[in-house]
Design a protein around this ligand. Structure first.
Ligand SMILES: *[C@@H]1O[C@H](CO)[C@@H](O)[C@H](O)[C@H]1NC(C)=O
Ligand SMILES: *[C@@H]1O[C@H](CO)[C@@H](O)[C@H](O)[C@H]1NC(C)=O
Ligand SMILES: *[C@@H]1O[C@H](CO)[C@@H](O)[C@H](O)[C@H]1NC(C)=O
Ligand SMILES: *[C@@H]1O[C@H](CO)[C@@H](O)[C@H](O)[C@H]1NC(C)=O
Length: 419
């Protein structure tokens, strides 16, 4: 985020109008201490000139009035504060801010494009660890005091004020002048430490003050458990991420090896939603996020974060190791078939070999018969006994397999059937 520079010129034209000249940077924010008391029982308004576009028109007696990026609030000194976030060029111009009928603030806001300072960054930290973050400021504020604020639900609280360094409890602030950085360190981080921090440069001038602010988001993330699950490649897999203590809080799953850049979440609760290759269901009765991988791929394997947003800046998660196994069942079935076929083929071959050896006996030549001694005698073998009857298969004299019957019979079909 940009550092905001507020040139806060404050002069009294009359007893009723106070004119402020404030400058900020595009992308930054402006925090102005009006130096005027906040009158709780008077209505508050803020309008943009010259068209008198109403931004805030509030009659309730709150101490914090917020409309989008515009906020009027009462600080601890009971002063009226003006806080405008995420400035853009369209915000430049004149504003009228009315605490009540007594006096009116006429504020001119200049919004400058600047490349001086870093845009707000996000810091992630695990519970119990030390968070350390820094905000850059420009050279001309090197001698000013630095203040770090934290945004509350409806307040901006001063955390630490420092010229060089100071420590209050777990919080330490350093003004690192040679690098032009404000550094904040928080030790033994708790879930409550998550939130929006404002690195401010507070400049006191006469009876008023102004600030330069960099916004920083601290996310506190806590791992509360580890588990693992396995599935088969090509199959479906259901994962249950259980957060029973945060039933209604929005839940998500993300892949840690991808830096959790893509958080998958159903978007709605108590309804199945598809998101890419998975279907998700955030069950608010059980506090469970169900994640269904419709067709598990090898690339799905890895470490996942099953998280829940406890608050805007606090998350807890369980780590889940997903293993993807190859599905061997088809290979096993094919292997068994191949083995069975091989065994069958082998048996058949052995059987055939055995019977090939016996085949000469299937045509018996009676030794008593007169065998032709001269080849020219031709094929007149009266003593040839040839049998084809199934029942005669048991007869040691003639044996055919069914196949053999067909083949051999064909081969000797010219022979006379004698029985
Ligand atoms: C406000 O300040 C800016 C520079 O900081 C200056 O250019 C501008 O003229 C001032 N406007 C008024 C109304 O004083
Ligand atoms: C502010 O709201 C009141 C009613 O709540 C209305 O009467 C009044 O005209 C509004 N003022 C502006 C400037 O919009
Ligand atoms: C800061 O203070 C030092 C000495 O105290 C001075 O030399 C320097 O000019 C000051 N810088 C600014 C930007 O005011
Ligand atoms: C949880 O919080 C993170 C950070 O604030 C946000 O990006 C994400 O969208 C939130 N997720 C859900 C499911 O609300």
């Amino acid at each position: 985020m940009k550092i905001l520079l507020i040139f806060f010129t404050f002069y009294l034209i009359s007893g009723a109008v106070r004119c402020f000249n404030v400058s900020g940077y595009s992308g930054g924010s402006v925090l102005v201490d009006s130096g005027k008391l906040w009158f709780s029982d008077s209505p508050k308004y803020m309008a943009k000139l010259p068209e008198w576009r109403t931004i805030i028109n509030h009659t309730k007696h709150n101490k914090w009035i917020n409309e989008g990026r515009f906020t009027l609030f009462q600080n601890n000194e009971r002063n009226l504060m003006i806080y405008i976030r995420d400035l853009n060029q369209h915000d430049a111009g004149r504003y009228q801010i009315g605490p009540d009928g007594q006096s009116i603030i006429d504020m001119t806001l200049n919004v400058e494009e600047d490349s001086c300072c870093k845009v707000s960054n996000r810091v992630m930290v695990n519970i119990g660890e030390t968070a350390s973050f820094s905000c850059e400021y420009s050279q001309n504020h090197i001698n000013h005091s630095k203040i770090i604020f934290k945004e509350g639900k409806d307040s901006v609280e001063e955390m630490i004020r420092t010229y060089t360094s100071s420590t209050i409890g777990r919080f330490s602030g350093y003004d690192c002048r040679n690098k032009k950085l404000i550094i904040l360190r928080i030790t033994a981080v708790t879930p409550d430490d998550g939130g929006v921090y404002l690195c401010g440069i507070w400049i006191y001038r006469h009876s008023f003050s102004y600030s330069i602010i960099t916004t920083l988001h601290l996310h506190v993330i806590t791992k509360v458990g580890v588990s693992s699950v396995s599935g088969y490649s090509g199959g479906g897999l259901m994962i249950k991420c259980e957060h029973p203590q945060y039933k209604t809080k929005p839940k998500y799953i993300c892949k840690e090896s991808d830096g959790c850049s893509e958080r998958k979440s159903p978007g709605v609760q108590d309804e199945w939603m598809e998101n890419g290759d998975v279907s998700l269901y955030d069950n608010t009765r059980a506090g469970v996020l169900m994640v269904f991988f419709r067709e598990l791929k090898a690339a799905d394997a890895g470490t996942y974060r099953c998280g829940v947003n406890v608050s805007h800046y606090t998350e807890i998660f369980t780590e889940l190791q997903l293993n993807v196994k190859h599905d061997f069942s088809m290979i096993i079935i094919i292997s068994v078939c191949v083995i069975l076929l091989l065994i069958g083929g082998f048996t058949l071959t052995v059987w055939k070999l055995r019977h090939k050896r016996r085949d000469p006996g299937s045509v018996q030549i009676n030794s008593n018969d007169d065998l032709p001694t001269i080849p020219s005698d031709g094929l007149l073998y009266a003593a040839v006994s040839f049998q084809k009857h199934e029942e005669s298969l048991s007869d040691a004299a003639v044996r055919f397999s069914k196949d053999d019957v067909h083949c051999d019979y064909t081969a000797v079909s010219h022979c006379m059937r004698l029985n």
